[in-house]
Design a protein around this ligand. Structure first.
Ligand code: CTP
Length: 399
């Protein structure tokens, strides 16, 4: 979250400027105060009015306010901001920043800013590869400016290659990571999260599944991203919206989830396994739809691999594993048994009621740590529960 952070957004002329209202929206939604400064040529791609509406502040372009004649103090703007991000940053502005030129409000503000500066370059393919541009970017990086690298893709010219401005979500997460509380041990860590149900196919149209929505796992992913973690999400069949800034691996069955998790786990610092994995799958898969024949029907089931147990029993000393458990009776006893048998660092015990559980937006959990710690939450939103779970893991696992 960027609650209360003061962000200056500089916009220069380039087709990617049309994405800036969305970026400003993301900043505002996360609680930041936003002041936009445009160059004159930026206004050929995005309107000052749109940016004023989304930032809830007048968009500044000139040294003097055209209506009131008041001076737009670039020094004050530079001192006000906690961060200055210039996006898109075209080659002209880039070159002027390198040489200390200040023929517009955006550049003078850059020269007087004391806060950290971020730029998101955006240019056409050959321009981006020009040695002059590469050297200018390197010079600014050496002076402490953070370069949010351009991305590959289709460019406005029709050429395909590097030069597209990084997406608004990437710009946002760069700032979010920058402001993430320094005491979090999740910052920079590679965390694998699983979420959702698994579906075990019976025939081409039928499966065995469960009611898991994946919401709790997604809330954890969002919170981990905001703490600066690099998240890989292995997601079973779920319709929840997935945060943009995680690496997504979609799977259907428990075996696919096992394969996906095993392939990435060696490079992870930790695993948080919220997925409701089906314990059993049909022994035989029917490649044609099963026809209705007899009055009774038996589907023989065989055990699926226990993903968490397999990975956790083989984890390295510096890796952690956290499981989730949903129990209906002897709840604490069963949860603690899983904590031990699956070699976990902690287990989160879910309860099921009409305010908690699979499809609900709220939850209540009890967390047990491997050193006999425990903590119980109230009934809260899954977002709030995610914050508590991660704060708890932060202190139990890392400190
Ligand atoms: N889990 C797993 N692979 C399975 C089953 C469960 O990785 N085949 C993980 C779940 O994601 C969860 C933890 O193990 O983090 C506990 O899952 P749960 O279903 O509560 O326990 P089970 O081990 O399946 O035992 P039971 O169903 O008998 O309670």
């Amino acid at each position: 979250m960027l609650t209360g952070k003061k962000i200056l957004v500089g916009v220069t002329g380039g087709i990617a400027a049309y994405k800036l209202p969305h970026f400003v929206r993301l900043l505002k939604k996360s609680g930041a105060q936003v002041q936009v400064i445009c160059t004159q040529s930026a206004l050929q791609f995005v309107t000052a009015e749109t940016l004023s509406v989304v930032s809830e502040n007048p968009t500044l372009v000139h040294f003097f306010d055209e209506k009131t004649g008041m001076w737009n103090h670039h020094v004050e703007l530079g001192l006000w901001a906690d961060a200055f991000i210039i996006a898109p940053c075209g080659s002209n502005t880039l070159a002027k920043m390198v040489h200390g030129e200040c023929d517009n409000l955006l550049l003078t503000t850059y020269l007087s800013a004391r806060c950290p500066v971020f730029i998101a370059p955006a240019m056409d393919l050959d321009m981006y590869q020009q040695p002059a541009v590469t050297e200018n970017l390197a010079t600014l990086a050496k002076r402490g400016v953070t370069i949010i690298d351009a991305e590959e893709g289709q460019l406005a010219s029709g050429l395909i290659g590097k030069g597209r401005m990084a997406e608004p979500e990437t710009l946002f997460s760069t700032l979010e990571n920058f402001f993430a509380p320094p005491n979090t041990h999740f910052k920079g860590k590679n965390i694998l999260v699983t979420a959702g149900p698994t579906f075990e196919a019976i025939d081409p149209v039928r499966f065995i599944g469960n009611q898991s929505s994946g919401k709790m796992g997604i809330s954890l992913v969002e919170q981990l991203i905001s703490l600066g973690a690099n998240v890989t999400l292995v997601l079973g069949p779920s319709h929840v919206d997935v945060p943009q800034n995680c690496k997504l691996m979609r799977v259907t069955s428990a075996q696919e989830m096992m394969d996906a998790c095993s392939s990435v786990f060696p490079n992870m610092d930790g695993l948080i396994m919220t997925a409701a994995v089906a314990d059993y799958k049909p022994k035989d898969y029917h490649s044609f739809k099963i026809k209705k024949n007899e009055d009774d029907m038996v589907i023989e089931l065989v055990k699926n691999p226990d993903i968490l147990k397999t990975l956790s029993l083989n984890k390295k000393e510096n890796q952690f594993c956290v499981g989730f458990a949903l129990e209906t009776n002897n709840i604490e006893e069963y949860a603690k048994k899983k904590l031990n048998e699956k070699n976990l660092d902690a287990i989160v015990l879910n309860t099921v009621s009409n305010q908690t559980g699979f499809q609900s937006n709220t939850n209540q959990v009890k967390i047990f740590g491997k050193n006999n710690q425990s903590l119980e939450t109230a009934i809260q939103s899954k977002e709030e529960i995610a914050v508590i779970i991660l704060e708890t893991l932060n202190s139990w696992i890392f400190e």
